[in-house]
Ligand binder design. Structure first.
Ligand code: SF4
Length: 225
């Protein structure tokens, strides 16, 4: 099974996990966090995932994939498809949010790598009235970016809040910690990369990547400095 690497928002890197019908709870040994606490997060994540799925049966990966395929295969511009993908991300986010530890005012995940495509950077730029930098190719590997931007505030984080909230990247819309609290997100507990329980949205990322894969994919800070 494969799933999105949870250390970078929306990143394209995939690696092995043992998931359970849409739940990503990769739990490795971590020198900084007691194993007992990690097990607790796994249990909390699974419980919250089940609650979310019971209330939102449409979140079945096959049904979501059908919807996403329709969006991505439509005879429309990338911009139009991306807009629909963002709206679908909001629908998914609305289903997950009530079951997540993430709360308004929390900005932990605005201090890690945030991966977006050139196509999305253009769309965000048009919405906020800023032209993104031209990035011709990856400037560093995914792993390097994860390290480079760990504990580095996003360009758009102002006084602990997202200053482009309505235009924020899809990756930001879909980042949720299904634990009971923010403990594993706290930067001082790093590296927590593989410990945060998340919903497995690989079908979403796969479709998004098909749509935008021809454009450069890199960190948001490289498009907007
Ligand atoms: S775009 Fe907004 S939500 Fe996304 S990481 Fe930056 S500040 Fe946070």
């Amino acid at each position: 099974m494969i799933a999105r690497l949870p250390t970078a928002k929306g990143c394209a890197a995939l690696h092995s996990v043992n998931d359970n019908k849409g739940y990503t709870g990769r739990m490795n040994e971590n020198k900084h966090i007691p194993i007992k606490r990690i097990d607790q997060a796994k249990a909390a994540g699974m419980a919250h995932f089940k609650e979310m799925r019971a209330l939102n049966p449409w979140m079945d990966s096959r049904l979501v994939s059908e919807d996403l395929n329709k969006i991505c295969n439509a005879n429309a511009s990338i911009k139009s498809k991306l807009t629909k993908m963002a709206a679908y991300a909001d629908r998914i986010a609305a289903a997950i949010a009530p079951h997540a530890a993430c709360k308004s005012g929390c900005s932990h995940c605005c201090n890690i790598a945030v991966t977006i495509s050139g196509a999305e950077a253009e769309m965000i730029g048009a919405k906020i009235g800023r032209k993104p930098a031209t990035v011709l190719q990856w400037t560093s590997s995914q792993d390097e970016q994860v390290k480079k931007y760990h504990n580095v505030p996003c360009t758009f984080l102002v006084a602990g809040k997202c200053s482009i909230y309505d235009a924020r990247p899809i990756a930001c819309r879909l980042q949720f910690n299904l634990d009971d609290d923010e403990f594993l997100c706290k930067l001082e507990t790093k590296p927590v990369d593989d410990c945060i329980p998340m919903v497995d949205l690989r079908h979403y990322w796969k479709n998004l990547s098909k749509l935008t894969g021809s454009t450069v994919i890199t960190d948001i800070r490289e498009f907007f400095m």
